[in-house]
Design a protein around this ligand. Structure first.
Ligand SMILES: [Zn+2]
Length: 309
């Protein structure tokens, strides 16, 4: 199965400073795990910069200006308390969003069946036009921008976003809230940042499905959430394209989460998602803060994208 890898060295130049968990070291570990020797069939593509019009499908002009203005030309900047910025942050954010846009376009055009975007900064906490509070290491909501671009294609009427990051994707949920052709499903740890993602918080919004997982949840209950709830809901929604907010911080070794997932759990859920609907999948890196387990999880995830029917 043809799978493309979208990335760019500019994503390494977003410097969050010493000791910050969302570091360039994470992406270096991911790229090393996906080296050509181990993944000879991956089609390697350079992530372009997203255009202002593409980002503007999700974020307001004022927000885009605010983010870009916060990126310093020298020295350090700060988008919010948790999100430090450096001179490389501007282009990193544009290429992170652009990777998902290009991957979506390539998959919808039939050039490749699936794609993985090895990018940072992550995006799922960045809120769309409705509220636009910034949060949690995120600048632009890469996956929501990809979904919005996908829906401009007349052959793509419904997009599902599945988010298995240990944190709830509050920004992506807000985007889905106002987009009836987007289905958002998330598994995440309960009582963890950003403290959203309750099963009933969508107020009857039928295209949002939140499954909270208790502290120390392991393989059995995680897989059951997909088998019993998320996969049946996705199958009923019948998406033309599935996007994955692929955070790997629910792994047992992650320092920011307190779940107990294994590398094989991420491969399992990836295979399940590839079986839904058309099998067209675009996945984008979100969290994952232990570089070693992150690298192993990404390798298993991409292997599943390549080998699932
Ligand atoms: Zn996370």
């Amino acid at each position: 199965m043809t799978v493309a890898l979208y990335t760019h060295p500019a994503c390494l130049a977003h410097d969050t400073g010493p000791g910050h968990p969302e570091s360039a070291e994470r992406l270096r570990a991911v790229l090393e795990a996906l080296a050509p020797a181990d993944f000879p069939d991956l089609i390697r593509r350079e992530a372009p910069e997203a255009t202002r019009a593409e980002i503007g499908l999700v974020h307001s002009s004022a927000y885009i200006d605010r983010v870009l203005a916060a990126c310093p030309t020298e020295g350090r900047g700060q988008l919010d308390a948790e999100t430090p910025l450096s001179p490389g942050s501007r282009v990193a954010a544009l290429r992170a969003a652009g990777a998902v846009v290009a991957a979506v376009q390539a998959v919808l055009a039939g050039e490749v069946r699936r794609a993985f975007c090895a990018i940072r900064p992550p995006g799922h906490h960045a809120e769309p036009k409705r509220r636009e509070a910034t949060s949690g290491f995120c600048l632009f909501n890469n996956i929501a921008i990809g979904a919005a671009v996908a829906l401009q294609d007349k052959n793509c009427r419904r997009v599902a976003i599945v988010d298995f990051d240990v944190h709830h994707g509050n920004g992506t949920q807000d985007f889905a809230w106002e987009s009836p052709n987007v289905f958002y499903a998330s598994t995440h740890q309960a009582s963890l940042y950003p403290f959203t993602g309750f099963p009933d918080e969508s107020g009857g919004c039928r295209n949002i499905l939140n499954v909270q997982l208790k502290v120390k949840t392991g393989s059995v209950d995680f897989r059951r959430a997909y088998d019993d709830q998320i996969i049946p809901a996705l199958t009923a929604f019948a998406p033309d394209l599935i996007l994955i907010s692929a955070g790997f911080d629910a792994h047992a070794d992650d320092p920011l989460g307190d779940l107990r997932l294994t590398v094989e759990d991420f491969a399992y859920v990836t295979r399940c998602l590839c079986r839904v609907g058309t099998g067209r999948v675009v996945s984008a890196l979100e969290g994952g803060y232990d570089p070693d387990s992150l690298a192993a999880c990404v390798a298993a995830h991409v292997d599943a994208l390549e080998n699932a029917p």
